[in-house]
Design a protein around this ligand. Structure first.
Ligand code: SF4
Ligand code: SF4
Length: 137
């Protein structure tokens, strides 16, 4: 994820689910049989397109891009009103705990989006494995 966005899958339960596998045009996510297997990512194949992020009903996939001191974390977002590019929001962790202020750098939909948007925050690189959502200041 150095210099390019790569999917991060946080799907710990063995559940019958595979939209992430079928959404990926690169064949980078494998579940196979039985369908309850946990998804496995071939990071070398991942282009960071975000199709799996929008397709996952569990909101369990993120994109992370790391650079020298900063990182961009992309997560699925299903609330209204949407944030706007340039907004400063509170970055939050997996439990919703605040992790500091962060700037919104992208708000987009992809082909697999239904009501799900992809929001990208610029955060300190040290928080790239911690930030997984946002709330408004
Ligand atoms: S981000 Fe795109 S290329 Fe990467 S695993 Fe997801 S769907 Fe596949
Ligand atoms: S679509 Fe989401 S919840 Fe379903 S297996 Fe893939 S990562 Fe897990």
């Amino acid at each position: 994820m150095e210099g390019r966005p790569v999917a991060v899958i946080e799907c710990p339960e063995e559940i019958p689910c595979n939209p992430c596998e079928t959404a990926c045009p690169q064949g980078a996510i494998q579940i196979g049989n039985p369908i309850t297997r946990r998804p496995r990512l071939d990071a070398a194949r991942c282009t960071g397109c975000g199709l799996c992020v929008a397709a996952c009903p569990g909101l369990a996939i993120f994109l992370v891009k790391e650079e020298a001191d900063t990182a961009e974390v992309t997560f699925p977002y299903e609330f209204l009103p949407l944030p706007q590019v340039g907004d400063v929001v509170t970055a939050v962790g997996r439990e919703g705990q605040p992790l500091g202020a962060a700037r919104v750098v992208a708000v987009r939909q992809v082909r697999t989006s239904d009501g799900t948007w992809l929001v990208t925050l610029a955060v300190p690189r040290a928080l790239s494995s911690e930030v997984r959502g946002m709330r408004r200041l």
